[in-house]
Design a binder for this molecule. Structure first.
Ligand code: PA5
Length: 384
């Protein structure tokens, strides 16, 4: 289980109220997901992954935001041994990046996993058109269609319609789960399985964390690390600490920090509220932002994600845990029991539930993203 180094004064009834609001929300499908795994879907995912690995040297994974960050975070962190390379595309509108992705695939055999809940997001749509053309040129229409895996809405959207019409293999993003809470659905599970991540162990880790959270809520919420963390964020935010710095000592977790920034930024940052999430990788950043952390403006706190690490690196962790509080910043420490699928499964669920609770304590809806939609609308107008 994830642990935390603090036990704030938790208002138990407010936490129950926050959880009840989360559960009543139409977008709360992720809350019990790890404990109710759809075994039939899981086996379809594993079969599709085996087929992709058999037929291809590269999987082009196309998606942005919640349709991208979670699985990339875990793949980069675990770097599993695999015969297939994942090439990411559609996570920006940079032509350079798209050209780089095309060059990375080269003339190797490839398949495409296009992931878009709405099926209308511009960045992935453009990358999909580009790679689809290459796929059709290389394999012909009928073979190309067999190499496209579309993860999208069950019934709506341009991608859904195209996938049905052309017979692509389809996976569903559940209606009741939004992008940034979707890594444990086919959104994340298919690319993770292709990359060689043990998705059973990942889901088992998430289920352990979910069970521990719900047991604590039944008996004493103050024994839950997720509750204590959410409450601490809320307390610090109200004291004027408006920035949270996620600190990790493992460079391979840089993308996990990116997922955290999206999870908290999109869930909390609305109605002129929210704590700004940012991140550092130590010891690298101790030689740049470390100065600010120790001695700069005191409007921030640090949340150390304490992954098990080697002896020398562990000394750096110990030094930071001592030095930064002396500089007058609150330091929260989240203990991660293992650096593997199980540990990342625990972390994913821990942060999802803590984020939703924290947003609810702040009085904001953790599941919408009006700001993201505003950008999408303006860009479409400009391109019309
Ligand atoms: O968390 C979210 O909802 C967003 O980040 C979306 O995942 C992102 O905008 C991509 O949307 P879509 O999956 O509809 O293409």
């Amino acid at each position: 289980m994830i642990t935390i180094n603090c036990s704030p004064e938790v208002d138990i009834s407010r936490v129950h109220e926050a959880l009840s609001d989360i559960r009543k929300d139409a977008m709360s499908g992720w809350v019990d997901l790890p404990c109710r795994v759809n075994m039939e879907e899981l086996s379809r995912i594993k079969s599709a992954a085996d087929k992709i690995i058999d037929e291809s040297e590269v999987l082009v994974c196309i998606g942005i935001g919640g349709s991208y960050l979670g699985h990339r975070a875990i793949i980069e962190a675990l770097r599993p041994a695999s015969n297939i390379e994942i090439v990411y595309a559609g996570n920006s509108l940079s032509r350079r990046e798209l050209d780089r992705a095309i060059a990375q695939v080269g003339d190797r055999d490839f398949s495409i996993n296009i992931i878009s809940k709405s099926g209308t997001t511009l960045e992935p749509a453009i990358a999909f058109e580009t790679f689809k053309k290459l796929l059709f040129e290389k394999y012909g229409a009928s073979e190309a269609a067999k190499r496209i895996y579309a993860t999208t809405d069950a019934a709506h959207g341009a991608l859904h319609d195209e996938a049905v019409k052309n017979g692509y293999t389809r996976f569903i993003v559940p209606d009741n789960i939004g992008g940034r809470y979707s890594v444990l659905t086919p959104v994340g599970l298919l690319p993770l399985a292709v990359a060689g991540v043990d998705i059973d162990a990942l889901l088992a880790g998430a289920a352990e964390e979910a069970t521990s959270f719900s047991d604590a809520m039944k008996h004493d919420p103050r024994t839950s690390a997720a509750v204590n963390y959410a409450y601490m964020r809320y307390t610090l935010g109200n004291k004027g600490y408006d920035t949270e710095v996620f600190a990790s000592f493992e460079p391979a977790t840089a993308y996990f920090n990116e997922w955290l920034k999206q999870l908290f930024g999109e869930s909390e940052g609305k109605g002129q509220q929210g704590v700004l999430p940012t991140s550092v990788i130590y010891s690298t950043d101790l030689h740049s932002l470390g100065q600010f952390m120790q001695d700069g403006r005191r409007n921030l706190w640090e949340t150390i994600i304490d992954y098990p690490t080697d002896d020398l690196n562990a000394k750096v962790v110990a030094a930071v845990k001592k030095a930064h509080p002396l500089g007058g910043i609150p330091v929260l420490v989240l203990g991660v029991p293992s650096y593997d699928e199980r540990g990342f499964g625990q972390l994913v669920y821990f942060f999802e539930i803590a984020c939703a609770l924290s947003a609810r304590l702040y009085g904001v809806n953790p599941f919408d993203q009006p700001g993201v939609e505003a950008y999408k609308t303006e860009l479409k107008k400009l391109l019309a």
